[in-house]
Each structure stands twice: as C-alpha cells, then as structure tokens.
Design a protein around this ligand. Structure first.
Ligand code: GLU
Length: 513
C-alpha cells in the first residue's frame, strides 16, 4: 500500500545536542531516497523531552543540513532557519516542532486506553524504584509488563471510581502501552530483512505524561508519521529495538494499511577497534565528528568539518559512502549523482568503519576539482589575514599551480607563502645540506644568467659546464622559498618576477654569507 503513495520521508532529530556526522548521514539518506522518487523530504523536530533539550541545538541542526545542501521540502524554512508554523495551505502538516503540536497527542493516547491497548498508571517513582530493587534482590530484572502490571498501581488493578478520582485530582499519572503477552511480532526491515521479537521481552512504555502534558517519543513519533503521511522511516540502528512497539502502535491505532516501511541504518564505527564512532575518537585522533563547530555549555568546542576546511560537497560524498556503495568502483559523486545512484538495497547491514584518511582524500579530490577562480576567492581572506594584498589574477594563477599539492585551502599559505612574501628565514637542515661554498658560488653565477636570459638558458649553461644541477638549483631554491621544496624554479621566477628574484638572491647573501 505504502508503495502507491507519494514518497514522503522525514528526518526527525531531537534537539539534545549537536548533530553527529551519523545524524547527518541519516538525513542525507532520507533526502536522497525522497529526491530519487520525486517525493518529499521533511524535517520534524522531536522536542518533547524537555529535560534533554539543549538551547541552540535546533538551529545547529538546521544550519548543518543547509551547509550540506540537504534542503527540506517541508518542516523548516531554510531562509529564516525557522520551523514553518501553520505557514500556509502549502504546508498542511505544520507545525513541525512537536512541542507546538502538544495539544493533539492526549486524545490519541486516550483512544488507545478506550480500545484496551493502554492504561493509566499511577505508580510513583518511589514505588517503581522499590519494585526494581525487590526484583534485583531476587536476581530478576524488573520489567513493567504483563508479568508485573497486575501487582502495580494502574487502571487495570484499581477500581474505576478511584481511577476517575485520581485522574481528576492528581497530576503525576501516565498512560502506558499495554504490551500484549506472549506474542511474536514479525517485522520487515528494508535493510535487515525479516525480524521477529517476542513481546514478553518488552515493557509497557509510557506514551503520555500528565505531569507535563507531553507525549513521549514513541507516541509522538507514530502519530506524526501517520498524520504527516510518511511512507518510509529511515533512521539509525539504535531505533531497531523500538520497532516492535511501533508495529504494535500502528496495529492498535488501526493504521497498519498505511504503516511506513522501515530501514535501520548501520552504525558508524571507530577507525580502530570496535564500537560506535564517538566524539572522543575524534579528539584522540584529530578528526571532526560533527559537521560544524559546537561549543557546549562547559565551553568545550567540538570540531566541525566546515571549520576544519572541508568542502560541503566532499563531506556529503564521504558520508554517502559510509554504509552505502553504488555497486561499482565509482567514488566521486555529486549530490545529483548520489540522488540518481542511491538505493536502500545497497546499504550494508554491518557497521561502517570511519577512515579519517579517506575523509581527507575526499577533500583533496574535491579541492582539485574546484576552479582556480573559486579557490582564489577562498584563499584571498587567508592572504589578507597575513597582511598580503595580491592581484586577483595572480592569486588565481598561484592556485592553479599549487592545488595539486594541498588537501585544504588552509594549506595554501604554508605551501605558497613564498609566492607572496620573501622568506624570512631559511630551513636549517636544508642550509646545512646545500649551502656550501662550492655550490653557492656557482649558484650566484647561474642566478645572474637566470636574471638576464632566463631559467632555460641557465640550465643549458649548467649542463654544458657539467656543473651539479641539483646542488645549484637547491641553493637558488633556498633563496627563493626558504627551503628546498616548492614549485619549479621557472614557475617561481615567472610568478614573482626577475626584480624580486634578484632581491631574494641578495637577501640570502646578506643572511648567510
Ligand atoms: N527523535 C528521534 C531521534 O532523535 C527520531 C528517531 C526516528 O527517526 O524515529 O533520532
């Protein structure tokens, strides 16, 4: 059934902190899935857990997705960064922030109570803790379900009149799902295939809380997916254990005909060893785990790909390849190409090991694909920060000559500062190695030829006289670059000009003779 409907998928983050790169990947896969089918990609903010709410997290999520070019069709107005609220007839599902939909969930929870799929629970947290401790003392784990609910304080055990009274006078009750006893829930996941779970292992989850009059994640998520006509739920593997409850909620509401299909994405794993990729791995190994920089309430800053100099298209490309493969050798994909090639069938079941070197490789590849003009625009602010003001066409030319050597635009200054300013010092190791009298005296003669007749003529002289080419050129390079690295001498001279060339030869004489 779901297949015949217009494809509608959603990314449903909870604003409990910055979005980890795994979260961005989930958003990306949803986006690719929707766009490939000409469907809708929706952003819904799941902010009903007020205790875990982190100020700024929602804005961060929206900014991160916008940076990646993951633009929603509904849910968030990218121009203002705000969630579209009751915006227009164009957005019949607004608002998209669950805290602003709070009024609608209670009736759904009560519908389940009336149908016998849920009940009111009055247990205080002290009572629940006592039940937990008692179970532990007997070596059991307490689980609120058919095995215990008969002994607990809820509308299944308390007389109706007393229940009514407590509902009216108390504000600490909840509505819990009544998990059926001994049922096998058979589920189909688009990535994992067929999965079965016995309901005896599951608990009676809280669906709605009178205390803050808010739904929990499970109720709000199912109700909204239904109301927003979601056709596929693509989310992280950590939600797989919730799937049986979600299946049963669809059944309880009578919505199985339009129940979305589910796809649970594999985890992103640490570069070395096992386990989930964490912020700590990033700190230890020096790579970002977040799309943008984030400063937490303790003032700690987490590195972001954007601030570390990654191109958004490189980041999107490398994320896409973490857990998905096109079934070919192709590694470089633009967003359009990803949309064309993406399929859930090629998402792997097993976790995807993150390789920070591969991430750098992607940036290097994308850097090489940028035009010299684009790179110059990015390099110019860096030059300005070094008090260098250079002619734009000159910067463009330099970018063209050095881009093969860099991974990030931020590398340009280290690679090419000598093309803008004369070296202020000379690399000691290179000086020890090359700055010998028998070499530099020849180098000065050659420098004169370079200044007069050009590099080719100078090289011809060296060959004719059978002088040591490498040693001489390294002395000249030392004068021009400050070390024995850098572009070919001819390129350097053509960029900095003969006047500057001669000045640098004089500089090194003054400094080292
Ligand atoms: N709010 C959940 C989260 O933070 C959404 C899970 C889902 O997509 O169902 O990941």
């Amino acid at each position: 059934m779901a297949d015949e409907r217009r494809t509608r998928v959603r990314f449903a983050p909870s604003p409990t902190g910055p979005l980890h790169m795994g979260g961005v990947r989930t958003a990306l896969y949803n986006y690719l899935y929707a766009k490939k089918r000409g469907g809708d990609f929706i952003i819904r903010i799941e902010d009903t857990d007020s205790q875990r709410f982190v100020p700024g997290a929602e804005a961060y999520i929206i900014e991160a997705l916008a940076w990646c070019g993951i633009i929603p069709d509904e849910g968030v107005d990218m121009a203002t960064g705000k969630v579209v609220e009751e915006a227009s007839a164009k957005h019949p599902h607004a608002p998209y922030r669950q805290s602003q939909r709070r009024g609608l969930y209670r009736a759904y929870a009560e519908q389940l109570v009336n149908a016998g799929w849920a009940y009111y629970a009055f247990d205080s947290s002290e009572e629940l803790n006592a039940a937990r401790t008692a179970a532990e003392a007997e070596g059991r784990t307490f689980i609120y379900n058919a095995s215990t609910r008969g002994q607990l304080r809820n509308s299944l055990t308390i007389p109706e009149t007393e229940v009514k009274n407590m509902l009216d006078t108390r504000t600490d009750w909840t509505i819990r799902f009544r998990m059926p006893e001994g049922r096998i829930v058979a589920m189909d996941d688009m990535i994992r295939g067929h999965v079965e779970v016995n309901t005896d292992t599951l608990d009676d989850k809280v669906l709605w809380k009178r205390a803050d009059e808010l739904p929990t994640y499970h109720l709000a998520n199912i109700v909204d997916d239904h109301l927003m006509e979601i056709t596929e739920v693509i989310r992280g593997e950590e939600w797989l254990p919730s799937l049986p409850l979600h299946y049963l909620l669809y059944e309880a509401f009578g919505w199985t005909d339009t129940m979305p299909r589910f796809a649970h994405l594999p985890l992103l794993l640490k570069p070395v060893g096992n386990g989930k990729l964490s912020k700590r791995d990033g700190d230890k190994m020096g790579f970002p785990v977040f799309p943008l920089n984030w400063k937490n309430s303790e003032g700690e800053t987490y590195h972001g790909y954007r601030e570390d100099g990654y191109f958004p298209d490189a980041f999107v490309n490398l994320l896409a390849m973490l857990g998905w493969n096109p079934g070919t050798e192709q590694e470089i994909f633009s967003m359009e190409q990803l949309i064309e090639a993406f399929s859930v069938e090629h998402v792997s079941k097993s976790g995807a090991k993150f390789n920070p070197d591969k991430a750098k490789w992607y940036n290097k590849e994308y850097l090489r694909m940028k035009s010299d003009e684009q790179l110059a625009t990015l390099f110019e602010p860096i030059l300005a920060s070094h008090d260098v003001r250079a002619d734009h066409d000159y910067v463009v030319k330099v970018c063209g000559l050095i881009k093969e050597r860099a991974t990030f635009v931020a590398d340009f200054w280290d690679i090419a500062s000598y093309l803008f300013v004369a070296p202020a010092s000379y690399n000691e190791k290179d000086v020890a190695k090359f700055w010998k009298e028998e070499n530099y005296t020849l180098a000065f003669e050659i420098a004169d030829i370079i200044a007069g007749k050009g590099v080719e003529a100078a090289e011809e002289q060296i060959r004719e006289r059978q002088w040591p080419m490498g040693k001489i050129m390294n002395c000249i390079r030392l004068a021009l670059v400050g070390s024995s690295s850098g572009l070919g001498i001819a390129d350097i001279v053509s960029l900095i000009g003969v006047g500057e060339f001669s000045k640098r030869i004089e500089n090194i004489k003054k400094a080292l003779l």
